[in-house]
Ligand binder design. Structure first.
Ligand SMILES: [Zn+2]
Length: 400
């Protein structure tokens, strides 16, 4: 059904869509036919912003990005002084499994997708239920694969882990999780901080997990807090490093990861260079670690160096651990800025980078064919502006 611009404006006049700053109206109807344009300074998620552009949306997908003045075939929503950006993705969080909980705690705040970075098997059906336009889409790993007695078993409840003791068991567990619909696999190389280290995967089992996952099109996300776990993780073939490694266990003692010059020690630096070169993503989760005794340069300097080396960073805050918050992850954004990422780089980590970490091939960027997960914010997309988006669009549906 064709609709004139005037008719469209009239239709929306009572909805709050054109009244920036009004209270969230979660029941705002979608524009008729799902065909509209959202205009402003368009931030594609990767690359430079495009002033005076419009994102063309049809039936939940992005058709094109064009100069705003060229749009004549559809209603244009153009809030004054607005930035248009991809919906934010929290690439590393836990709990909030149901579609309803993800809608209320993530989507209504502008987080249009999340990466669940380990959850019990029983939570998978809820996580994999993401009706289009209604909730934050979830990427899910299911339970973490670990060696018998290894992390997370010493610190988390048993349903968060599946212990595998051989390459055959590792490959079988990956196939079983793939059959259940997971979109990523999660493993760990975590010796802990106690005098007696927790068991780690042998190289053959870790490689079998990663090889099987790759053949099934699944990336492997790897928990690494200790630099000693980084090389075996990279050797096995993981695709992301979850957390910024910030301690180093060696010969039974825990050593600093930074040298006297304040930079990561040479062996750590070499591994960060390898990650950057090979396109391995880091999800630093600074929000959760700044709430621990490790808070300090050991968290920030490796991220700063990795980013300076051209490494890909993904935003995630490890909600709900250590009282991190759901909703827009503004604290993680501010901490990434403190670690040397400029505003565009923080935005990329929160959109395109996070999408890549989660395996969302069609989300996290504003480009033709991508899902229309969009935010409009007032002014430049700073953490403060993101705290209160003017509009939230999910799969082409106006949520706010
Ligand atoms: Zn986590």
């Amino acid at each position: 059904m064709a609709l004139t611009r005037r008719a469209f404006l009239t239709l929306l006049a009572g909805t709050g869509l054109f009244a920036p700053g009004t209270a969230a109206a979660s029941s705002v109807p979608a524009p008729p036919g799902g065909v509209f344009a959202l205009a402003g300074v368009v931030y594609p998620g990767r690359g430079a912003p495009l002033p005076g552009h419009a994102v063309l949306v049809r039936d939940g997908r992005i058709e094109a990005v064009v100069p705003a003045r060229a749009v004549t075939d559809r209603p244009v929503i153009a809030p004054v002084n607005a930035a248009i950006l991809p919906g934010v993705i929290n690439a590393h969080c836990h709990t909030l499994h149901s579609a309803q909980a993800r809608r209320e705690r993530w989507l209504l705040a502008g987080v249009t997708s999340i990466g669940d970075a380990a959850s019990p098997l029983a939570a998978l059906p809820a996580l994999l239920d993401s009706p289009p336009g209604a909730t934050a889409t979830a990427s899910a790993c299911g339970p973490m694969l670990c060696p018998p007695g290894g992390y997370p078993l010493p610190v988390h409840s048993p349903e968060h882990a599946l212990a595998v003791g051989s390459p055959r068991e590792g490959a079988e567990a990956v196939r079983r999780l793939a059959d259940l619909g997971v979109t990523r696999i999660k493993i760990a190389f975590e010796p802990g901080v106690l005098p007696r280290p927790w068991p780690l995967f042998d190289s053959a089992t870790a490689a079998a997990v990663c090889d099987t996952a790759r053949r099934l099109g699944l990336g492997v996300r790897c928990h690494v807090e200790d630099v000693s776990g980084l090389k075996p993780a990279l050797d096995a073939g993981v695709s992301t490093v979850e957390h910024v490694p910030h301690r180093l266990r060696e010969h039974g003692t825990v050593r600093p990861v930074l040298g006297p010059d304040g930079l990561p020690v040479p062996r750590y630096r070499a591994l960060l260079e390898r990650m950057a070169r090979d396109g391995i993503i880091m999800t630093p989760t600074l929000d959760v670690f700044t709430r621990t005794p490790w808070n300090g340069p050991a968290l920030f300097e490796p991220v700063r160096l990795f980013h300076a080396l051209g490494g890909k960073v993904a935003l995630g805050n490890d909600f709900p651990y250590r009282r991190t918050d759901a909703g827009m992850p503004v604290r993680e954004m501010r901490l990434l800025a403190e670690a040397g990422l400029d505003r565009l780089a923080v935005l990329e980590a929160a959109t395109a980078g996070a999408a890549e970490a989660c395996g969302f091939a069609n989300r996290g960027r504003i480009a033709p064919g991508m899902a229309a997960d969009l935010l409009a914010v007032r002014g430049a997309p700073s953490p403060d502006a993101l705290k209160d988006p003017l509009h939230i669009v999910k799969d082409g549906t106006f949520i706010r």
